[in-house]
Design a protein around this ligand. Structure first.
Ligand SMILES: NC(=O)c1ccc[n+]([C@@H]2O[C@H](COP(=O)([O-])OP(=O)(O)OC[C@H]3O[C@@H](n4cnc5c(N)ncnc54)[C@H](O)[C@@H]3O)[C@@H](O)[C@H]2O)c1
Ligand SMILES: O=c1ccn([C@@H]2O[C@H](COP(=O)(O)OP(=O)(O)O[C@H]3O[C@H](CO)[C@@H](O)[C@H](O)[C@H]3O)[C@@H](O)[C@H]2O)c(=O)[nH]1
Length: 433
C-alpha cells in the first residue's frame, strides 16, 4: 500500500519507518529542513532505541522516502496519516491545533483523487468532525474522508509498541472507506491477533485522551499515597507492590517519585479538561486538576527536600542533577520534571550541574543557564547533594564508593526510587527519597 505520513517527529518518524517495515511504500513529509535532511540519509534527529537501524534499512530499500513537498505527497498516495504536534497552547490548558489545521489546509486543495486521512496526533474530541467540514470546503470535486486512529506508543519502546500494539483503534464515519484502509494498513498486526476496534471519530479521540488521563491518574494516585507515607513513616514501594498483586489494580504505573512529564501526559490531561469545559462537562474532569496538582507538587517537594539536605539554604551549595530527560531511554526534555527541579534550585541560589546520557543537547537548548557535565562523575565533582531524577540504568549501577571520592558531601536524594539504598548507606552516604 502507498501512504504518506505528515510530520516526522517522535511519533511520525517511528510510524513511517514501521509502516515501511510492514511492507508499505511510505513518503514522510516534514516541514523542518534540518530534520528532513537528517532523516533522508537515515539519521534520526532524536534518540529512540532501534529507530536509526529501522529507518536506515527502509531508506536503503527505497520503501521509505522523505520530502518537504505537499505536492509530492498529494501525487504519491491516497492514504495519509497526520502525525504533527498538538502542544499545549501558551498560557492556556487547551491544545494548539495549528499544525493539524495547517496539514489539512495545505494537503486537501492539492488532492485530485478521493483520499482517506487518518489522524494519529492526540486531539480534543470533535476535531475529526471539524476537520471533515473544513476538508469538504477545500476539496475540489473529490471525496476526502477524515478518520481518527490514535497512537499509544511510549517513547523508548516506540518500535515495539507500533509493531505490536495492545490494540488498534479507528474512529471512522460509517459511510466511508477508512475502516477498510486501516485494516489493509495494519493487516499484519491485526492478523497476529491484535484487537482491532472500529468506532466513531469522537469515541476514538476520547479513547486516547481517556487512556492518558487514566495513566496520569494512576501515577498521581501513588504519589498522593507517597505523601501520606512520608508523614506516616510507611513504605510506598511496598504498598505499590502489595496492591499491584491485585489483578484489578496491577503494578504498572505505580512507581512513586518525581511524577510524570514529557510531551504527552501533562498536556493531554490539561487539554482534556479544557475540552470538557468547552462541552459544558468541566465538573466531570475536575479530579484531573488534582492529578495535575499532585504531580506538580512532587517537583516542589523535591526542591524543598534538597534544600533541607543542604541545611535550609542553597546559597554556596553545589547540586548535581543526574537525569534531564523526562524518562529513561529518551532524549525528550519536554516538561521534564528533572530540568524543572534543576531550574528551580538554580533560581534559589545553588550552583547546579546536570548530566544525562542522551538528553544533553536538548537540555542545553531549553535551559542554557544551567551547567552541564560530560559524565555522572563530572556532574558530582565537589557536590553537596546528588539528586537522581531520571532512572537511567547508568545511574542505578553507579559505584557509591567511587562517586563518594568526587563529592564534597555524601548526600544522595533518590527522586525515582531507583537506587539500592543499602549500597549507598553502606558506602557512607546519607540517603533520602
Ligand atoms: N511522542 C509520543 O510518544 C507520542 C505518542 C502518541 C501520540 N503522540 C501524539 O503525536 C503527535 C506528535 O507528537 P510528537 O511527539 O511526534 O511531536 P514532535 O514535535 O516530535 O513531531 C511533530 C513533527 O511534525 C512536524 N510538523 C509540524 N507541522 C507540520 C506540517 N504542517 N506538515 C508536516 N510536518 C509538520 C514538526 O516539525 C515535527 O517534526 C502529538 O499529537 C502527540 O500528542 C505522541
Ligand atoms: O509508574 C510510573 C510510570 C511513569 N512515570 C512517569 O510518567 C511519565 C510518562 O511515562 P510514559 O507513559 O512511559 O511515557 P510516554 O512516552 O510519555 O507515553 C505516554 O504518552 C504517550 C503519548 O500520548 C502515549 O502514547 C503512551 O501510551 C503513554 O504511556 C514519565 O515522566 C515517567 O517518568 C512515573 O512517574 N511513574
Amino acid at each position: 500500500m502507498r501512504m504518506v505520513v505528515l510530520g516526522l517527529g517522535y511519533l511520525g518518524a517511528t510510524h513511517a519507518a514501521c509502516m515501511a517495515e510492514l511492507g508499505h511504500d511510505v513518503l514522510g513529509i516534514e516541514v523542518v529542513p534540518e530534520k528532513r535532511a537528517q532523516l533522508a540519509v537515515g539519521e534520526v534527529p532524536f534518540y529512540e532505541p532501534g529507530l536509526p537501524e529501522l529507518l536506515n534499512r527502509h531508506i536503503d530499500s527505497g520503501r521509505l522516502k522523505v520530502s518537504g513537498s505537499y505536492q509530492e505527497a498529494a501525487d504519491f498516495a491516497d492514504v495519509f496519516f497526520i502525525a504533527v504536534g498538538t502542544p499545549q497552547k501558551k498560557g492556556e490548558y487547551s491544545a494548539d491545533l495549528q499544525y493539524v489545521d495547517a496539514a489539512i489546509d495545505e494537503l486537501v486543495p492539492l488532492l485530485t483523487r478521493d483520499a482517506v486521512i487518518l489522524g494519529k496526533s492526540t486531539v480534543p474530541v470533535g476535531t475529526a468532525q471539524r476537520l471533515s467540514e473544513r476538508a469538504d470546503e477545500l476539496a475540489k470535486d473529490i471525496d476526502v474522508e477524515i478518520a481518527w486512529n490514535p497512537e499509544f506508543l511510549r517513547e523508548g519502546f516506540a518500535i515495539e509498541d507500533t509493531l505490536h500494539p495492545d490494540r488498534v483503534v479507528v474512529g471512522a464515519f460509517p459511510t466511508g472507506k477508512a475502516e477498510s484502509i486501516a485494516r489493509e494498513a495494519y493487516a499484519t498486526i491485526i492478523d497476529s491477533g491484535t484487537p482491532f476496534i472500529v468506532t466513531d471519530p469522537p469515541t476514538a479521540e476520547m479513547v486516547k485522551t481517556s487512556a492518558n488521563a487514566f495513566l496520569a491518574t494512576k501515577i498521581s494516585f501513588i504519589n498522593a499515597i507517597a505523601e501520606v507515607c512520608d508523614a506516616a513513616g510507611a513504605d510506598v514501594t511496598a504498598i505499590a507492590d502489595a496492591i499491584g498483586y491485585d489483578a484489578r489494580i496491577g503494578r504498572k504505573f505505580l512507581n512513586a517519585g518525581l511524577g510524570f512529564g514529557g510531551g504527552c501526559l501533562p498536556k493531554d490531561i490539561r487539554a482534556f479538561m479544557a475540552r470538557a469545559g468547552e462541552l459544558g462537562a468541566a465538573e466531570a474532569l475536575s479530579f484531573l486538576r488534582e492529578v495535575d496538582n499532585v504531580n506538580m507538587r512532587r517537583r516542589t517537594r523535591m526542591v524543598e527536600l534538597a534544600r533541607e539536605v543542604c541545611g535550609g539554604s542553597f546559597l554556596a551549595k553545589r547540586i548535581a542533577i543526574l537525569g534531564a530527560a523526562f524518562k529513561p531511554e529518551s532524549d525528550d526534555v519536554r516538561d521534564s520534571p528533572a530540568l524543572n527541579v534543576a531550574g528551580q534550585i538554580q533560581l534559589q541560589g545553588a550552583s547546579v550541574t546536570v548530566y544525562d546520557p542522551k538528553a544533553m543537547e536538548n537540555a542545553r537548548a531549553l535551559f542554557p543557564t544551567l551547567d552541564y557535565a560530560g559524565s555522572a562523575t563530572g556532574a558530582c565533582e565537589q557536590a553537596d547533594v546528588v539528586l537522581v531524577l531520571t532512572e537511567w540504568q547508568e545511574f542505578r549501577v553507579l559505584s557509591p564508593n567511587e562517586l563518594g571520592t568526587h563529592v564534597r558531601n555524601r548526600n544522595v536524594v533518590d527522586g525515582r526510587l531507583c537506587l539500592d539504598s543499602a549500597r549507598w548507606i553502606d558506602a557512607g552516604w546519607s540517603y533520602w527519597s
